[in-house]
Unconditional design. Structure first.
Length: 315
């Protein structure tokens, strides 16, 4: 009996010792994980969170670019901002740009993706052609558009005159300047949206179309309404949010083509931020505009996360 109890004790002691050793092994794994994460976390702190905190702190000061000293002024920059007519004009123009460009770019991108996917030949060529505006330098393309929209010898007005229609001073008229920039924004964003929609279309199982056709969905519109559009739900959500964020960031075409004119009719938030910070050197005021801009982008990001959490997925 004593030999049996000794055997049992001999089996229990190593097991208990191993159980006591687990926390130390787990802590070593935890330390290793923290060590591996630390470089990325430090890089994020230096490149993202640090500058963001600096911009927010700067928005509470009267700092001017190059000045040796500054003072803390609290919410004075935000009070001046919300009382500034130029800011509200820029915000209204930015929202108008987003409202026009996002639906236009999404619908056009989806339509082109459907046309390319339904074709049988030259798909790669068409994808390349429509994706070229995304790869091209937008500033260089803006200069090309400036010549195309020229009121005297521009290609667009030349085509209108050839068709017997009146010509317009697209970028010099308050009633058309912003919408001309919207058209350029749609042209530039269509290729990127097309690629995303093509990826979504390729992932749709062919069996769903066959089942829909057996159930009586014989027309192309019926198959699109019953199969294609519901299956593109996650892709469409992503495209809409990304297009909205990119539209809020419009700057290049405004700075090159109109510089906010005529009469502030194309002034947008980022151009106002650039003007205040690098032309008038009001860095604290420009930082306040930056914070407002980041709030809008954050809201769009939260909307995307909320829609994604609702599980718009199909199997």
């Amino acid at each position: 009996m004593s030999d049996g109890s000794m055997t049992i004790d001999a089996a229990i002691v190593p097991a208990a010792a191993a159980k006591r050793a687990l926390p130390a092994h787990g802590s070593r794994r935890t330390y290793s994980a923290y060590a591996l994460v630390t470089p990325a976390a430090a890089l994020m702190l230096v490149m993202l969170l640090g500058p963001l905190a600096g911009v927010i702190a700067l928005s509470f000061t009267d700092y001017q670019l190059g000045a040796p000293h500054f003072s803390w002024i609290g919410l004075a920059n935000y009070q001046d901002l919300f009382a500034d007519r130029v800011f509200w004009t820029a915000l209204r123009n930015t929202l108008t740009y987003v409202v026009v460009v996002v639906p236009g770019a999404v619908i056009a991108g989806l339509a082109i993706a459907l046309l390319i996917q339904s074709g049988t030949s030259l798909r790669s060529l068409y994808r390349t052609i429509y994706f070229l505006p995304v790869m091209a330098t937008l500033i260089a393309m803006a200069v090309v558009w400036e010549f195309m929209l020229h009121p005297q010898f521009g290609l667009v007005n030349g085509l209108l005159r050839g068709a017997g229609l009146p010509a317009f001073a697209w970028l010099q008229d308050r009633s058309t300047a912003l919408y001309a920039l919207c058209a350029i924004g749609i042209w530039q964003a269509v290729g990127f949206n097309m690629v995303l929609f093509l990826a979504g279309l390729v992932s749709i199982p062919k069996q769903l179309y066959e089942a829909a056709e057996i159930d009586g969905a014989s027309s192309g519109w019926a198959r699109f309404r019953l199969v294609t559009w519901p299956m593109l739900g996650p892709v469409t959500t992503f495209v809409v949010v990304i297009s909205g964020i990119r539209s809020f960031q419009v700057f290049d075409t405004v700075h090159v083509l109109t510089k906010g004119g005529p009469s502030k009719s194309t002034e947008v938030l980022i151009h106002t931020m650039y003007t205040e910070g690098f032309e008038f050197f009001r860095s604290g005021y420009a930082a306040a505009i930056t914070v407002v801009f980041l709030v809008f982008v954050l809201l769009l990001t939260l909307i995307k996360s909320r829609l994604a959490d609702r599980g718009v997925h199909y199997t």
